[in-house]
Write a protein that binds this ligand. Structure first.
Ligand SMILES: [Zn+2]
Length: 449
């Protein structure tokens, strides 16, 4: 317990919570009180943060990303390609990752996320060329420095071109190495309990880059270590064809055969599930990370979010890697998901509140953290505060709707576990100009030749 005073986030312009018109009180990393209209905090001795110019949201939660890809944004060799040829163009560039380059890529991605109102993020790191064995350790250090809550996945690829897979030999590892390192990073970094700031999950990349043996042994290891499981699934028609040819079944059948169809698993994309498969996912409590921007850029398709929810499948949002978005702005992703799904389902079925719900409570279910994603007593003090004083908001009616409809993209304040990680639209101590210079230089070196 700390000696820090409770903070009253007082009189918000608007807040995504019921019964908190006069704000909320946070203490020791938790929300301890909602202050209703006409009320005052029960505790007398509080520090006051005047939120009268702020719209207050639960901190947004990003459920899918590949941080290292910030080094390969808008890359001409990969542009205007669908997933498989896009990957084949990028694998040789990603093979040139080094610890220094990764550290810069991760810092850029996490900073972008924080500044967009994200308080918890996952990362799916699956590229392990020689020399990059400590990728997850590097990511943990950056997360601690920036103060963002993370669920980092120990990704993997072991099915290379030699064995009928998609990636080149230079970026894959063998099964024993992968499993040993998975156990190592869980033992070293995975925190348990409602206040955990760093957690680890296991994440073979996809059916077309991992062997069946590794899929099965990873599920066993995740159960043994009690950590979550993640992979890409049902992203493209090409993947359906690959599974039919390689395994004689559809991707979800394959997932089930590998022991993955359960509540421990969350899946990126989920575009091509049929009605029966959605029912099976809902029954198993497997959740989906919807990546609206990435799906549009790669022209993969549109995740049937409303049908999924009707089948009991939880939906979260993910920005996906920066080679297919090509940004890490989670607030913009909320707007992208809102627009894409509204176009699909109509005005009666998708509102701005649905999109915000996916990015908060929905995403919290994906990462297995029910204490996140909601402004309520006992939940984590993870908050994103936005001002509406930019030109884009001028003339708005409903402040909460304005965030999504007018296109908010930058939080003014972000609190993670009761501590301010963003103040006045900036991350304290982060030299952004210097970061851009070093990151751009690293990206140029990777993209050259
Ligand atoms: Zn992805």
């Amino acid at each position: 317990m700390s000696d820090a005073k409770p903070i009253w986030i007082k009189d918000p312009l608007s807040i995504l919570a019921d019964g908190a018109e006069r704000g909320i009180v946070t203490r020791d990393g938790r929300i301890v009180e909602l202050v209703p209209s006409g009320g005052k905090p029960a505790m007398a001795d509080v520090a006051v943060f005047d939120a009268s110019d702020h719209v207050v949201l639960p901190g947004l939660i990003n459920t899918h990303h590949h941080f290292y890809q910030t080094l390969t944004r808008a890359l001409p060799a990969a542009m205007d390609r669908e997933l498989f040829p896009w990957l084949q163009a990028l694998y040789p560039v990603w093979a040139k990752l080094t610890p220094e380059r990764l550290e810069l890529g991760v810092t850029v991605a996490m900073s972008e996320l924080l500044l967009s109102g994200c308080t918890t993020t996952t990362d799916h790191h699956y590229v392990f060329p020689a020399g990059l064995e400590e990728s997850v350790d590097i990511e943990v250090e950056v997360a601690k420095r920036l103060g963002v809550r993370v669920l980092l996945t120990r990704g993997s690829m072991n099915l290379s071109q030699r064995d009928g897979g998609l990636p080149p030999d230079s970026v894959v590892q063998d099964e024993d190495t992968i499993l040993a390192d998975s156990a190592r990073v869980v033992a070293k970094h995975h925190q348990r309990g409602a206040d955990a700031m760093v957690q680890i999950a296991l994440a073979p990349c996809s059916p077309f880059s991992v062997t069946t043996s590794l899929m099965r042994s990873t599920a066993d290891l995740a159960a043994k270590l009690d950590v979550r499981l993640h992979t890409h699934l049902a992203e493209t028609e090409d993947e359906n064809k690959f599974c039919q040819q390689m395994y004689g079944c559809r991707p979800l059948d394959y997932l089930e055969q590998c022991g993955w169809l359960n509540a421990r698993t969350w899946l990126a994309h989920g575009i091509f599930f049929n009605a029966d498969e959605m029912k099976r996912l809902g029954k198993a409590k497997t959740t989906i990370s919807h990546c609206a921007c990435s799906n549009q850029i790669l022209a993969s398709g549109c995740c049937p979010v409303c049908e999924m929810e009707e089948a009991g499948v939880g939906i979260g949002l993910g920005v996906d890697g920066s080679a297919s978005n090509d940004g890490s702005n989670l607030m913009q992703e909320v707007r992208a998901a809102f627009l894409l799904q509204r176009a699909r389902y109509g005005v009666g079925k998708v509102s701005h509140k649905d999109a915000l719900r996916w990015a908060t409570k929905g995403s919290a279910a994906c990462v297995g953290r029910p204490e996140l994603g909601e402004i309520a007593v006992g939940k984590a003090a993870d908050l994103a505060l936005f001002r509406l004083d930019e030109l884009r908001f001028s003339g708005h009616g409903d402040p909460l709707a304005a965030l999504v409809l007018c296109g908010a993209h930058r939080a003014d304040r972000v609190m993670v576990g009761g501590k301010w990680a963003v103040i006045d639209g900036a991350i304290p101590g982060l030299d952004v100009a210097n970061l851009i210079r070093r990151h751009s230089s690293a990206a140029r070196a990777m993209q050259a030749g």
